[in-house]
Design a protein around this ligand. Sequence first.
Ligand code: C5P
Length: 215
Amino acid sequence: NPRIITIDGPAGAGKSTLAKEISKRFGYTHLDSGAIYRAIGFASKEMGIDLNNEIEVLEIAKKLKIELKGSRVFVNGKDVTEEIRTPEGGVLASQVAQHREVREVVVKILRNLAQGKKVVIDGRDAGTYIFPEAQLKIYLTASPEERAKRRYRELVEKGFKVSYEQVLKEVVERDKKDKSRKFAPLTVPKGAVIIDSTGKSLEQVLNEVKKLIDP
Ligand code: C5P
């Protein structure tokens, strides 16, 4: 079995759902790398700093005590799980994720969390920069419309008032931003298996992944 499984891909492809299932079924610790960027984005906003200011964001990133316990995220001891999983949290995350040195801090945090454990990590650069040595790399994708549909349903379920068109626009914008940023842009990692989840159920995707974990 691989010790490290990475799952990269665009927003809304189903990475975190897949990572959680792999964690449950195969006994892996789930590391949600987006949660770390979201936590830093939120903390930066709360402190009232300019998210485009790399030096100030970096200072905050270094000081924060970020913990992942199961699927819950704690910042300086406070449970921020729900708060950071909002559309605003995604925007804040992608702003702080543009800064190269902030990314380096996050990579260190994640590498520390993974020490001596079997981990499944989802993100944008998990297989390229965080764990280039991972034994199994997955690139999970789906059409923008399908991803927007999923995210829209998820948001409506959580009680957000959004329109499908607005969500689709945000999905396309986030893709552009994640793929075009200077440092660690979203790409297919070398050696990754590409899985397109358009029109597939979680079970179908899991079946494909199972063969890769346990050939
Ligand atoms: O995966 P999630 O939606 O939580 O990620 C939020 C944002 O954080 C992404 O759009 C991306 O800009 C950034 N991110 C990143 N690298 C990662 C994980 C997330 O740049 N490994």
